[in-house]
Design a protein around this ligand. Structure first.
Ligand SMILES: C[S@@+](CC[C@H](N)C(=O)[O-])C[C@H]1O[C@@H](n2cnc3c(N)ncnc32)[C@H](O)[C@@H]1O
Length: 297
């Protein structure tokens, strides 16, 4: 094995520890800031403190993660990812790509709004382009961003304003488990669901993923880029992932590394098409493997 490969593997194995160390460095500042602001309810509740800590950390981590993930997430939302690979922009949908995000969109856990500008690009494009035969290509008309962490709302709103989407993008300040009772979005009213690196953090994921399926219209599309449990739990990497996951959720805002999100998405309901794979070229030694793709109802 080449030296460069060994160093790549070592760096990949160390990555979660580096990420958690950086997250930890945001905890003292979070506590001091809560003390200064007299936010004793935050200091006395672990879930509140963890949410405040995560929002400070994610103001740094969000842009870093975006830099790494954009090369797959942007084509995904443009309908140019198929079987885990990026399809060149010139290819027609009939050779394997999908329609891009369009119509009424439910964005799950948008956090600090790292992907809002992509909706804006498409929204601006829609003002000049003609809809295709399915009538919705390229046109985002409404976005509901379901984000319970109030600590990131100001960052999310900044992104919405920067993208000039104030009339299009509504922040729904609840967890998806409370979406039905919030009355913001009707069942079977959504053209597209977007979930990017967030199903790892929601409660009761299997049940809530099935519940979210009910928001899609027939023919609606769910765009997925999520990290998942290692395919082989009894492999060395499976054990290593399980070991890291003993502490990871405590440092990274409740994020779980060992969720079978791909399986739960496939089993959420009846799909007319499932195009969900590991990203092409993802190495076997990834502690945080992903699935990417589009499921069509
Ligand atoms: C790792 S961050 C990803 C944020 C964003 N999607 C991105 O790619 O930058 C996970 C997000 O899921 C959100 N989240 C946690 N619990 C949630 C819930 N019950 N419903 C919806 N979102 C939730 C968190 O607040 C956080 O913003």
């Amino acid at each position: 094995m080449a030296t460069s490969s060994i160093s790549e593997i070592v760096l990949a194995l160390l990555f979660p520890w580096k990420f958690m160390s950086i997250s930890l460095s945001y905890l003292p500042g979070t506590i001091i800031s809560a003390l200064r602001a007299g936010q004793f309810r935050t200091l006395l509740s672990w879930p509140r403190l963890q949410a405040a800590w995560f929002s400070r950390f994610w103001s740094w981590a969000g842009p870093q993660v975006r830099t790494g993930a954009e090369q797959i997430v942007r084509p995904l939302l443009e309908g140019r990812v198929s079987r885990g690979a990026i399809v060149p922009p010139t290819s027609s949908p009939s050779v394997g790509a999908h329609l891009g995000v369009a119509g009424t969109v439910l964005e799950i856990g948008p956090g600090s709004g790292m992907w809002v500008s992509i909706f804006s690009d498409r929204y601006q494009q829609s003002k000049t382009s003609t809809p295709d035969t399915k009538g919705v290509r390229g046109k985002v008309t409404r976005v509901y961003g379901v984000e319970p962490n109030e600590g990131v709302h100001h960052l999310l709103r900044e992104q919405i304003a920067a993208a000039d989407l104030q009339d299009v993008y509504e922040v729904v300040p609840v967890g998806i488990e409370d979406l039905a009772s919030s009355g913001h979005v009707a069942p079977e009213s959504v053209d597209c669901i977007v979930s990017v690196l967030c199903l790892c953090s929601i409660p009761e994921p299997e049940r809530n993923i099935a519940m979210l399926y009910g928001y899609l219209k027939p023919g609606g599309r769910w765009y997925v880029y999520e990290h998942v449990k290692h395919d082989r739990s009894t492999s060395t990497m499976g054990f290593y992932q399980a070991f890291v996951n003993l502490i990871w959720p405590h440092f990274i805002g409740g994020c779980e590394l060992r969720r079978d999100t791909g399986k739960w998405l496939r089993e959420a309901g009846t799909w007319s098409e499932i195009d969900l794979e590991h990203p092409e070229g993802e190495p076997w030694f990834a502690t945080i493997p992903h699935v990417v793709g589009v499921l069509t109802k």
